[in-house]
Design a binder for this molecule. Structure first.
Ligand code: ZN
Length: 438
């Protein structure tokens, strides 16, 4: 066997090792496998990567041709590696439990809108992963999601991050420190607001809401720069209610200290911390949680010592929140306000009692995602009420019990019947991606 032939058989082995690994992953994501809840994510990513492998251009019969082919195979390996490293962390006992709970909450914030789309347009449940030390509350969306550099090099024509974003599911990156504490998982609801904006094409409706708020032109321009973060905060309010607002406000208390001279960075897409608290309080008032709004607003009153910048924007809050909540947002065949499309969790008190008393809860297929959001809201409520007792009584364990109880049996996301319809979509997208990558 000469050098060229050896090279050729080496490449065939690399390609088939990936194909064999895919067979293994598909089997462990079946309904009784350890990755059952990631079944549709795994199957659709693999379907796309298999299409990529099939569409690697034929090599010219020389070493240069073999090298080009090798780089293309490595590209597919790198893409898979990006997901595999995040999936395998779920096998680890400590993180696995948290990550599966985070996946549940992300799904509960995503599924109400996803279910309105035709099957062939649906992406799969978002996958939560852990990364470096930033918070989705503070980092603009266009910088929030950074694909890690992978081993083995990335030589495709397109950036890894760009390629990952073309795959049929959203990745939700969370900082390690935030996720290891269950009452902080409410932060996911803000991030899901950004995912919803792009996955359900809500950009125009968000833009229209700013126009409809009828602001004086100078203010309108500033709110226009803040609109995406305002939408994400209100999405969080709708998904997580007062508990989301409380989690955001606690985070912002630190931010407000950091910005104690009153200045926020030039071009910051987030309103000043006190203004964000005013926005979520108004969001609570307008979605039937006025009493929770008043408790929070009282902590952030003008004399509380919190630094306030952009004070003259306060008069705009009511109108901006009203229009931003009202939309209307069209998803699939339905159109409505944000809180019509996603029913808010309401008071978390009842669920908090059920957690403390280990009382039974009723979960059906119709209320499952609402119940899930109530459980996370209740976890936050219990923590806020008494952080010392929360730790001493090991409330996280009781919360996780309820999370597991509310989990649907079998796989999540697209079912076998849907996957057949989606196969054509995946094939087409795989071919398009291959043309861009290789
Ligand atoms: Zn954001």
């Amino acid at each position: 066997m000469n050098l060229l032939e050896r090279k050729q058989s080496e490449l065939t082995a690399r390609s088939s090792s990936l194909t064999l690994e895919f067979v293994h992953w598909k089997s462990i994501s079946e309904s009784n496998g350890i990755f059952a809840k990631n079944n549709s994510q795994i199957r659709r990513i693999i379907a796309l990567l298999e299409t990529l492998l099939k569409n690697i251009p034929a090599a010219t019969p020389d070493l240069a041709g073999q090298r080009a082919r090798e780089q293309s195979i490595l590209t597919v390996h790198s893409l898979w590696d990006f997901f595999r490293s995040k999936l395998t962390l779920r096998q680890e006992e400590f993180f696995g439990e948290y990550l599966r709970a985070c996946d549940d909450f992300a799904w509960a914030c995503y599924e109400p809108l996803r279910s309105l789309l035709p099957v062939e347009s649906r992406r799969e449940p978002p996958l939560v992963f852990l990364n470096g030390g930033w918070s989705p509350y503070a980092v603009p969306r266009n910088q929030a999601f950074k694909a890690d550099p992978t081993t083995g090099g990335w030589t495709a024509k397109m950036g890894l991050q760009e390629a990952v974003e073309k795959l049929p599911l959203a990745m939700v990156g969370l900082p390690w420190f935030q996720v290891s504490h269950l009452p902080d998982t409410l932060v996911i609801a803000h991030e899901m607001g950004h995912v919803a904006e792009s996955d359900f094409g809500l950009q125009d409706a968000i833009q229209r809401a700013i126009y409809a708020a009828n602001l004086e032109p100078v203010h309108g321009e500033v709110w226009n720069g803040w609109k995406r973060e305002v939408f994400a905060d209100l999405y969080g309010v709708v998904c997580g209610g007062g508990s989301f607002a409380g989690s955001l406000a606690d985070f912002l208390a630190g931010e407000a200290l950091r910005l104690k001279d009153g200045a926020s960075p030039e071009g910051d897409p987030h309103p000043h911390p006190w203004l964000r608290v005013a926005i979520v309080c108004e969001g609570l008032r307008q979605t039937g949680a006025a009493s929770e709004a008043e408790v929070l607003a009282a902590e952030w009153h003008p004399q509380s010592g919190v630094v306030r910048k952009d004070e003259d924007f306060k008069g705009d809050v009511k109108s901006v929140v009203e229009k931003m909540l009202a939309g209307p947002y069209r998803v699939g065949a339905r159109q409505g306000s944000l809180h019509e499309l996603i029913p808010p969790p309401g008071s978390a008190e009842g669920m908090a009692d059920a957690i403390v008393n280990q009382a039974a809860i009723l979960v059906t297929n119709d209320n499952r995602n609402l119940i899930r959001r109530q459980i996370f809201a209740a976890a936050r409520r219990l923590y806020e009420k008494d952080p010392i007792q929360y730790a001493a009584k090991e409330r996280t364990k009781a919360v996780l019990k309820k999370v597991v109880f509310a989990r649907e049996p079998g796989v999540r996301g697209s079912r076998d019947a849907d996957l057949k319809k989606q196969a054509a979509v995946d094939e087409r997208q795989g071919k398009e991606l291959a043309a861009e990558l290789f």
